[in-house]
Design a protein around this ligand. Structure first.
Ligand SMILES: C[S@@+](CC[C@H](N)C(=O)[O-])C[C@H]1O[C@@H](n2cnc3c(N)ncnc32)[C@H](O)[C@@H]1O
Length: 209
């Protein structure tokens, strides 16, 4: 299995600005996330050119082969050259176009063109139709946070999204070493209260629900 995950990382690596070692950790979490015939969706905040989302979609396609349709992958990114806290990076229509091209072949992908603040606030009003059934977006098997790295924004995402991660699922946060490791320290301090286990893999923090 790990060899096949490495292959998928290799195929997606060029579309992402995240190093292979961290993409592999994401691929493993996708493969290990709870499965069920009606599996809850996966969510990525911060999509850029779609490299990490492509990896999630490829691994899900592999894991669900012969089991039925894979769960939905929702991505959230406003693009529009939104100022990026902590770095001068610009994410605009070039990245949006690349994302659409990279993910076009996946019917189980939905993109929300908005920032995480708006998405999280509207979440309780959103739902998806699938198999003739209306499903609220109240549970996720995996949440991957790689949007803004501003500690207050990331913490807002964590507080609102972690309670929606199903038991056995994961919440992964990229670049928790930014801003003096503020998010990492907060996660370590809150883990017991939140009833979760937190571990760090270099710049990534992984929360097991
Ligand atoms: C580091 S890139 C994501 C890389 C991507 N996950 C990958 O590995 O291929 C950060 C992305 O977050 C987006 N972003 C910035 N602020 C955001 C916010 N508040 N909500 C959602 N996305 C945001 C940017 O537009 C940018 O595309």
């Amino acid at each position: 299995m790990d060899l096949r995950l490495r292959w998928h990382v290799f195929r997606c690596r060029r579309q992402s600005d995240t190093r292979s070692r961290f993409l592999l950790e994401l691929a493993r979490a996708v493969a290990r996330a709870p499965r069920a015939p009606d599996a809850a969706p996966m969510l990525e905040i911060g999509t850029r050119s779609g490299g990490s989302a492509l990896l999630m979609l490829r691994v899900l396609r592999m894991v669900y082969r012969g089991l039925g349709p894979p769960p939905m992958v929702l991505t959230v990114d406003p693009y529009g050259a939104r100022p990026y806290e902590g770095a001068p990076f610009v994410y605009d229509e070039r990245h949006y176009r690349a994302m659409k091209r990279n993910l076009a072949g996946y019917a189980n992908h939905v993109h929300y063109m908005m920032d995480s603040e708006l998405f999280v606030r509207e979440l309780e009003h959103l739902y998806l139709w699938g198999g003739g059934v209306k499903r609220p977006l109240d549970r996720f098997t995996l949440v991957y946070l790689d949007g803004s790295h501003d500690p207050d924004i990331v913490w807002f995402e964590i507080e609102r999204l972690l309670p929606r991660v199903v038991p056995g699922g994961f919440l992964m946060v990229d670049d928790t070493d930014w801003f003096g490791g503020a998010v990492r320290r907060r996660l370590d301090g809150a883990a017991a209260r939140m009833g979760v286990q937190v571990r760090h893999n270099g710049k990534q923090s992984i929360v097991a629900a």
